[in-house]
Write a protein that binds this ligand. Sequence first.
Ligand code: CP3
Length: 345
Amino acid sequence: MGKQRKKPEAPLLKVLAGQKQTRPPVWLMRQAGRYLPEYRKLREQKAGFLPLVEDSKAAAEATLQPIHRFGFDAAILFSDILVIPYALGQDLAFVKGEGPKLTPTLVDHNLRLLEKTPNRLNPVYETVRKVAATLSPKTTFLGFSGSPWTVATYMVAGEGSRDQAVTRAMAYRDPQAFSEIIDAIIDQTLDYLSGQIEAGVDAVQLFDSWAGTLSPQQFERWVIDPTARLVSKLREKHPDIPIIGFPKGAASRIKAYIADTKVTAIGLDETIDPYWADQYLPAGFPVQGNLDPLVLLSGGDALDQSITTILDAFSERPHIFNLGHGILPQTPLTHVSQLLEKIRG
Ligand code: CP3
């Protein structure tokens, strides 16, 4: 494919190409999920989350549900960042009330003993083809993966944690073994994102949900460097693919992250002052964010005021409106409507 954008009418792709829009395009992280009654209904019909991801017809439906209800400017593929460990041979279970569990944990089990099973990703590519075939040319289709560091924290500890202590300790204690894990994730993620792009996504987002707990040198080594390698390898195969980086919790380090990873746009979490971001990030560089998911949950005047602040701060820059992190399952649907009315006028 040449330089010509596939969907010249899609506002979100225009923003990613550096063109500011009068009204920013909007989507919400985790928009395909449990705050939607139609999602809960679809989910109930399945034995678990993975069977839903692996049923490409149902996963395509879950991807499209928020588009049909709210007309967001982007559809995000219904899958999960943890399908990469699954494809690398770990077992994956979503335990009710406890979150995801991966076994065996790589803190005490050698990566080389896992048997790779990349075919586990095939249903996801089929989901992409199904969604791409029905989406309007105005709606951007986003693929995604986790960033190597965040995926590694789950592979090493076997579960999520507040401070990623198990993984941060391993990265200091045995950087050699940890590098091998990071490299394996990069290779598998490269195939996964390429597969999504070849099946029809228009842009991709890298979720680095746990980027915020690393010390400065470790941030360079395990967030910036692996992300830069992944971005560069992906661009060798797909030179025109826009890439949104979302290093949650990276604070002022987003400047180095942007400069060194060469992502196309940056996702900002809700702790970042949008006026600071607008002043200190490179002129014209596209940003995405950064409404607090808790103010969307709460609604009222606080919601309106927070939206106004973000719109004002980014009024002179290419901006995609989004949350600073995923929408919370208890969020009232009326608050999402309020948000869209306020942004779209
Ligand atoms: O954004 C979207 O709507 C697309 C789909 C999507 C899911 N997970 C579906 C999902 C995306 C982009 C993700 C990303 C993801 N998954 C991240 C990065 C973003 C973030 O929130 O930090 C992370 C860390 C995960 C790992 C993960 N998956 C956890 C911690 C959980 C369990 C916690 C929970 O919410 O139950 C999941 C499961 C999951 N992934 C659900 C959904 C809709 C809920 C599972 C269910 O319906 O039972």
